[in-house]
Design a binder for this molecule. Structure first.
Ligand SMILES: [Zn+2]
Length: 386
């Protein structure tokens, strides 16, 4: 089947023209990709969001079934609101070897390269399947990829390897930290502040919990050391706090959020257990002596797992070979790689563009980065054919 052949630049222009800011639908872009793949004889499967407004897309070129290598990227982009753009962010503009537009770097450049390679992938006699795996809602917490990954090995083939094409300037990234977040709700009892002994001050007990978190943070600096990261340990920070009613009322409620920027392998469940244990022994008995209804609720909020692939994994050697590099890197930003890795597909992060340009006004990608990515995908296809 002879579908249309496009350069990555042409495809990038098409993809950027779909305003797929995370809070908007991505279905027009998905329909375009579906149609493009179909014109090359490639069938794809949508995994829709609950409200049906968005979808992920999964397609296989080559032999059906589990195994193979997935080329993964998110279709959503961050908002342009409040940013000073020179011109329309959704109209790709080329100047001085750069392509400007929202998502050119993060990460429609990679999607464009993958699609531009589809005709070549189809022409080859692939022994190893190449999967096209496009998600949504990555920018708001890697939400959209999860229902699709849940289908791996069920209604969708389970890839053996995954290349997440986030912008790394085509360096091979084998580890990143992940934000694990909690929300804590402390409920005490209100009282007139002249009668403080009748109340249970939710803010005071929140500060006890926060003091315990500071002790945990100090221990993490020592126990979670990994020189590959900046800073070289897992951090723990309280990120929000809200409590109290008025200046003459003992506060009945206090809510705060905290996160751990976890290094791969960190036991974050142990941190949660320790805080729960502290609440049960060092806070609740005192609180409930006065107010039996007092409680402390510690709940996980949206989190992205840290990512670390075993350096002996075949995907590391393969990615280095495809990229023409000889060493791997660790980065501080989070991607979907940990989610694939935790689901049993060995993953690597490698894609065109410099992360410094992601999310900025006048976001751009250098044309040379697209060329380097095309070369990477060409070597990947050589391997999949052999
Ligand atoms: Zn991204």
């Amino acid at each position: 089947m002879d579908g249309p052949i496009y350069t990555p630049e042409e495809l990038l222009t098409r993809l950027v023209a779909f305003d797929t800011t995370s809070h908007k639908s991505n279905l027009e872009l998905i329909a375009f990709v579906e149609d493009f793949l179909l014109q090359h004889g490639v069938l794809s499967t949508r995994v829709p969001s609950e409200d049906g407004e968005k979808a992920s897309l999964f397609a296989t070129i080559g032999p059906a079934g589990d195994g193979g290598i997935a080329l993964s990227g998110h279709t959503d982009v961050v908002p342009v609101d409040g940013q000073a753009w020179d011109g329309n962010p959704f109209l790709v503009r080329e100047a001085d070897g750069r392509l400007y537009g929202r998502g050119t770097c993060d990460m429609k450049g990679f999607l464009a390269c993958v699609l531009a390679c589809v005709p070549a992938f189809k022409r080859r006699r692939l022994k190893t399947p190449i999967h096209v795996v496009f998600s949504y809602d990555e920018e708001i917490g890697c939400i959209g990829v999860r229902p699709m990954v849940a289908q791996f090995g069920k209604s969708l083939p389970k890839p053996r390897f995954v290349v997440v094409g986030e912008p790394t300037s085509m360096q091979v990234v084998d580890a990143h930290k992940g934000p694990i977040r909690w929300q804590v709700d402390v409920t005490g009892r209100a009282a007139h502040s002249s009668m403080a002994h009748l109340g249970v001050n939710a803010i005071s007990y929140a500060t006890r919990l926060i003091a315990e978190l500071e002790r945990i943070e100090a221990e993490l600096r020592v126990s979670s050391r990994s020189d590959r990261f900046e800073p070289a340990y897992a951090t723990l920070q309280v990120t929000r706090i809200d409590g109290g009613t008025a200046s003459n009322i003992i506060p009945v409620a206090c809510r705060f959020g905290f996160e751990v920027r976890a290094v791969p392998g960190l036991d974050t469940d142990a941190i949660e257990r320790r805080l729960i244990s502290f609440a049960n022994t060092a806070c609740l008995p005192d609180m409930q002596r006065i107010a039996p209804e007092a409680e402390i609720c510690i709940a996980r909020a949206n989190s992205v797992p840290p990512f670390g692939v075993d350096t002996a994994s075949e995907i590391v050697a393969l990615a280095l070979k495809f990229a023409g590099q000889n060493s791997t890197h660790a980065v501080s930003y989070a991607t979907e790689a940990g989610i694939f890795q935790d689901a049993g597909s060995a993953s690597i992060v490698c894609g065109p563009g410099d992360i410094a340009q992601a999310h900025t006004a006048n976001e751009w990608i250098a044309s040379i980065e697209l060329a380097k990515c095309m070369a990477f995908l060409g070597r990947l296809a050589d391997w999949a054919e052999s």
